[in-house]
Design a protein. Structure first.
Ligand code: NAG
Length: 259
């Protein structure tokens, strides 16, 4: 019993005062039982609040790294994508979390205009990102609903870390919609099944845990939804990636837009 209050205290640093309070009370106070109960309660509450607090922060950090993994890949892939797609990179829409970083990077490329759809909230966005939102370059939109763009508004659509969160029911609407707003293709970045997130990611702020699908699942899915992979561009991309020593750690698919 006497060890119990010590454990959370030791675990979360600042233990001296709790231990000290406990021992002095137990020696002097005539109201030992109620004092003990109060102290026990205090410790339980302290344990719960600090426990869930630090645990929550930690799993949030993991969540952020894991959930943006493929978006980071997009940034690394840009030079190779430019080589593979050439002129088709002149009007690009990126869809995915942290789209501001991708859009900012694309805007630095010559002859490339870029827009972004951020599917989640951007409360923690920096000033530069908020500026892009104010200018309408980046929009916050739920991708379960039709995108607010006319057919073939963009030459290329790049999507990362977004479709993994959609159930097949919504995927059936969203992926064809990406094909609708693009004219020269879609580049899809998806996690590998092995990249399943930690348990903390179950309570994802994205509402639904990511479901990482295998390459064969995606390929079957493309056939079902009448989307074709662009073999020629896939080959060009692989060659360019090889030269740039870029090895994607996410699955990448190059799809044709609807004709
Ligand atoms: C999604 O679309 C495919 C192909 O049209 C269809 O076979 C499948 O049943 C659909 N899934 C859902 C959940 O609507």
């Amino acid at each position: 019993m006497s060890r119990r209050p010590g454990n959370p205290a030791r675990r979360f640093g600042d233990g001296g005062s709790v231990g000290g309070l406990f021992s002095s009370k137990s020696r002097t106070s005539p109201l030992l039982p109620s004092g003990l109960v109060a102290l026990g309660l205090f410790c339980v509450i302290y344990y719960i609040s600090s426990g869930s607090g630090s645990g929550g922060t930690k799993s949030f950090m993991r969540l952020v790294e894991g959930d943006y993994a493929c978006t980071l890949e997009v940034q690394r892939a840009i030079p190779s994508l430019k080589k593979a797609y050439g002129d088709s990179m002149h009007k690009v829409l990126h869809v995915g979390p942290d789209t501001c970083s991708v859009v900012s990077m694309l805007l630095k490329e010559e002859e490339t205009e870029a827009w972004g759809i951020e599917p989640y909230d951007i409360e923690d966005a920096d000033g530069k990102c908020k500026g892009l939102v104010r200018k309408g370059v980046v929009r916050v939109a739920d991708i379960k609903f039709p995108l607010p763009y006319r057919a073939k508004s963009f030459s290329l659509v790049i999507v990362s870390d977004a479709l993994d969160y959609l159930s097949p029911r919504y995927l059936n609407k969203t992926l064809p919609d990406l094909a609708r707003v693009s004219s020269d293709g879609i580049v899809l970045f998806a996690g590998y099944p092995g990249q399943q997130k930690s348990k903390g990611a179950e309570q994802s702020k994205f509402g639904r845990p990511a479901k990482m699908r295998s390459s064969s699942w995606w390929k079957r899915y493309f056939v079902q939804t009448s989307l074709e992979e662009n073999e020629a561009v896939s080959k060009k991309f692989e060659q360019a990636a090889g030269k740039n020593s870029f090895k994607p750690s996410c699955q990448m698919f190059h799809l044709n837009s609807y004709q």
